[in-house]
Design a protein around this ligand. Structure first.
Ligand code: FAD
Length: 386
């Protein structure tokens, strides 16, 4: 016989997926408790002053719409009509995503998005505990150990609710589930990594380059991109191989990075005044794809977002896909009698979709760094659109 669905759930991670899911489930009447490793981003700046942004597409917007938070988020979003491709020589060229402005994507500020969603989650009734990093879980005894990053002290919390892991690519809940019963985990790291830099606004506060575009400097085996932020800045991301020439092995410091930009991204270099300092202060970020055979542990725990299916960022769909997970999991919890059935239905529906998007993200790296600058490919694309 089915046991009645418990009306309380514990979420690990109050990032993008965790905070959106907290809104959706609180509004459905669930009692939601969230534990987040970091401090409250509404008080402390966790991006050390730099703006990090994300491309929001219709998949993600639809999820925000369903949670009733679309207007708040879109108020600070910047429209991107297409790719502005910067060749080595010659003028930049805009390749539209669609025929007109009904087919565009949007650049959103990660911190603005996260704080907006957190605020609305609390207003919807979710209880959020900051400075609580999940360390280990004893599923049999119903205890989870959290560490407070301010004093390294452990806090053991008894739970009698199912756990939802929205704690990102390095998920501690996934590790705990894996220890209890292997999830069939495999991560394939890309042989490229990334560095984030910034283009500040012009002296009068305006954008220094076209605001309504995703800028790309494709250079064959590597590339640079820039997305606009509503305060007039651009977040620049350089994707470079780990080995070979040029690579993170040969471009080892700010001075060498400046020389690389002088040679390969000459029109971008004067726009990035802090390139040397930023390069020296921030280590390169790793990129990988996470594959799991199972996303849930009976009715006791389930993973969503990057914790379940981290992907490389070249299709700009990781967050969008995580937001879709939230909508589907909330629906599965409403439609099924037990959490076990709900988690199984969620996995069955979302796992094939996530796998397809992971593969598209890998494929799109070739397209962005290479094919967007290839005249034969562009002609074919134009013919396909006609
Ligand atoms: P996260 O956003 O990583 O949130 C996880 C949360 O859990 C964080 O708040 C973290 O502090 C917390 N946490 C971690 N460990 C613990 C713990 N042990 N205990 C408690 N809390 C914990 N996606 C797009 O859709 N569009 C883009 O343009 C895009 N660009 C990207 C560019 C780059 C360079 C990268 C690396 C990714 C990009 N992504 C993009 C992907 C996107 O960032 C992720 O898919 C998205 O953040 C996933 O959301 P999440 O909530 O699952 O994980």
């Amino acid at each position: 016989m089915n046991t009645p669905t418990p009306r309380s759930l514990t979420l690990i991670g109050a990032g993008l997926a965790g905070s959106l899911l907290a809104i959706l489930l609180s509004r459905q009447g669930w009692k939601i408790t969230v534990y987040e490793r970091r401090g409250d981003p509404r008080i402390a700046d966790y991006e050390s002053g730099r703006s990090i942004n994300l491309a929001l597409a219709e998949r993600g917007r639809n999820a925000l719409r369903q949670a009733g938070v679309e207007d708040e988020v879109m108020a600070k979003a910047v429209m991107m009509r297409g790719r502005m491709v910067h060749p080595r020589d010659g003028a930049p060229d805009l390749q539209r995503y669609g025929r007109d402005d009904s087919e565009v994507i949007w650049s959103v500020h990660r911190k603005v998005l996260n704080t907006t969603l957190l605020q609305l989650a609390e207003q919807a009734g979710a209880q959020i505990h900051f400075h609580r990093r999940l360390h280990t879980v004893d599923f049999d005894a119903g205890y989870a150990r959290f560490i407070d990053d301010r004093d390294d002290q452990p806090h053991d919390i008894h739970f009698n609710t199912p756990l939802i892991g929205a704690d990102g690519a390095g998920s501690a809940l996934r590790a705990a589930m894996n220890r209890k019963r292997p999830l069939g985990e495999r991560t394939e790291f890309l042989d490229h990594s990334y560095k984030e830099l910034e283009i500040p606004p012009a002296a009068d506060g305006s954008f220094q380059i076209e605001a309504n575009a995703l800028h790309i400097w494709p250079r064959g085996n590597y590339m640079c991109i820039a997305l606009p932020n509503d305060e007039g800045t651009f977040t620049v991301t350089l994707f470079l191989p780990n080995e070979g020439e040029p690579s993170f092995a040969t471009v080892r410091n700010g001075a060498e990075a400046q020389a690389l930009f002088q040679r390969d991204f000459a029109d971008a270099l004067p726009l990035i005044p802090d390139l040397r300092a930023d390069w020296d202060q921030h280590p390169p970020g790793l990129l990988g794809t996470l594959y799991l055979d199972r996303w849930h542990q009976c009715g006791k725990a389930v993973l969503i977002g990057d914790a379940a299916h981290a992907m490389v960022p070249f299709h700009g769909q990781g967050m969008n896909c995580a937001f879709e997970d939230c909508v589907v999991l909330a629906r599965c919890l409403a439609d099924n009698a037990t959490t076990e059935q709900a988690f199984a239905a969620f996995e069955a529906e979302r796992k094939p979709n996530a796998a397809a998007i992971q593969q598209m993200a890998l494929d799109n790296y070739l397209e962005m760094r290479d094919r967007v600058a290839d005249p034969a490919y562009l002609l074919q694309r134009e013919l396909e659109q006609e």
